[in-house]
Write a protein that binds this ligand. Structure first.
Ligand code: ATP
Length: 284
């Protein structure tokens, strides 16, 4: 039997870092939501007790460093599954882009293997397994829109923001999340975005207020390191996006656009100097 799972990318509508914890992680406050740019996982049981990963993307690890491999290994160990699986990752989400592609693949593998092996693992348990794999994985297990706190694994579901277009543009640089947090100094933050204001804007379904309260403190680290990110933000605003922000630790920049009539102009304008541009819907 073959099964398929969609693994959508996430964006951060707001991201704040409160302090560095004793365990080395940063205490964060984020609002995350999903966009319709997704990897697709194909999973098939193997007669041999082994995990095999393949992908058409030549630039990701296919061994135990792959987060989908780690998800399969974890589920096999915890639930004593003595069966093998072949997972093909049809990658569409740019890698190391601030869009949680690897985390979403891991979450999709957890959901998919739960079905493939008929384990009936409750969602609560999948969330805990996800947290062992990475801070963003629990959110990717549930999807939707949520406030994420702790190191990102504590979730509080909120209603989805109003429908809009999301233009994503990734400059041709890779940014390591670990490096960005490594260079982050809480006392050097210019301005903290407001979680309360963002949640209120979403609950009131006010697209204008959502755009007004977009904020990500990690821009303070990534923008000075990579001027191309600021240039992309400026270009998106110039071309008419309603609200613009860097996602996660970057370097992907997203622009929110309410009017469909503006999407083609912004997309084509950006394609003039950035190869990786996507125009997708927010997943609501
Ligand atoms: P985040 O926003 O959660 O920090 P990201 O979008 O910046 O994530 P990913 O695309 O998840 O970054 O990739 C980060 C690293 O993880 C890459 O360097 C890649 O080698 C590794 N990786 C492991 N598994 C995967 C996977 N299934 N897909 C993509 N990258 C993976």
């Amino acid at each position: 039997m073959k099964i398929y799972e969609k693994a959508p990318a996430k964006i951060n509508l707001m991201l704040d870092v409160l302090h560095k914890r004793e365990d080395g992680f940063h205490e964060v406050e984020m609002v995350m939501t999903m966009v319709d740019l997704a990897d697709r996982l194909e999973m098939e049981e193997l007669p041999r007790d082994t995990i095999i990963i393949s992908s058409q993307a030549g630039y990701i690890p296919l061994d135990e460093k792959n987060l989908a491999f780690q998800a399969a290994k974890l589920i096999k160990e915890r639930y004593d599954v003595r069966k093998g699986v072949y997972i093909h990752l049809d990658k569409h989400i740019p890698v190391a882009a601030g869009l949680a592609g690897g985390s979403s693949d891991a979450a999709a593998a957890l959901r998919g293997l739960n079905r493939l092996w008929q384990l009936n693992i409750p969602q609560e348990e999948l969330l805990k397994l996800g947290a062992e794999l990475g801070s963003d994985v629990p959110f990717c297990v549930t999807g939707g829109t949520a406030i994420a706190s702790g190191r990102g694994e504590q979730l509080e579901r909120i209603i989805n923001p109003p429908q809009c277009w999301v233009i994503l543009a990734k400059p041709p640089i890779n940014v390591s999340t670990a490096d960005v947090y490594g260079n982050f100094k809480v006392d050097r933050i210019g301005k903290h975005p407001s979680l309360v204001n963002m949640v209120q804007a979403i609950e009131q379904q006010s697209f204008a207020d959502i755009c007004a309260h977009l904020g990500n403190v990690l821009e303070d680290v990534t923008l000075p390191m990579h001027p191309e990110v600021l240039q992309l933000k400026e270009a998106m605003i110039r071309l008419g996006a309603d609200g613009v922000l860097m996602s996660g630790s970057g370097p992907t920049v997203f622009g929110l656009v309410s009017k469909e009539s503006k999407v083609a102009r912004i997309y084509n304008g950006l394609r003039g100097f950035c190869k990786e541009v996507y125009a997708v819907r927010m997943l609501t």
